[in-house]
Design a protein around this ligand. Structure first.
Ligand SMILES: [Zn+2]
Length: 147
């Protein structure tokens, strides 16, 4: 049996695929103990080590890659402060609008409260979506909706 020295120099079989998990593109967001706000219609992030991984659009993922860590942290803080989904904020920064989950059109966001719920409304008028509050659960290592 020959020893195949040099077989590891062929790195073409180890091409990095950003979406190798098979799902939509994801962005890694610095972990924090703050509540995580998720717009109705979006999946909550998953915990991966010291990061949250959010599924998002390819456009948002590409944009996120261009940002410095400091600016990513700033955007996360801004989303926490405004209590909105980080992805809506990224879209708003990237394109000047966000793609409404309700009508799928690029829209400007109005942030408001209704019946004690944090919601956003797009300028279509009829689209009002809840912003759901999640919290990291140290016990399970996951994030869960806050009742
Ligand atoms: Zn809408």
């Amino acid at each position: 049996m020959a020893v195949h020295h040099g077989s590891h120099t062929d790195n073409s079989v180890h091409t990095v695929h950003p979406t190798s998990h098979g799902g939509p593109p994801r962005i890694k967001v610095p972990y924090s103990k703050n509540p995580v706000f998720v717009a109705e219609g979006y999946k909550p992030p998953v915990v991966a080590g010291r990061s949250f991984e959010y599924e998002t659009t390819q456009e948002n993922a590409d944009y996120w890659q261009t940002l410095s860590l400091a600016y990513r942290q700033y955007l996360k803080k801004e989303a926490d402060t405004r209590m909105i989904d980080l992805r809506l904020l990224i879209e708003e920064r990237r394109s000047g609008a966000f793609r409404c989950v309700g009508c799928d059109k690029p829209m400007i966001m109005r942030e408001l409260f209704a019946n004690g719920d944090r919601v956003y409304q797009c300028l279509n008028g009829d689209c009002v979506k809840r912003i759901i509050r999640y919290q990291y659960q140290a016990r399970t290592g996951r994030i869960a909706e806050v009742a």
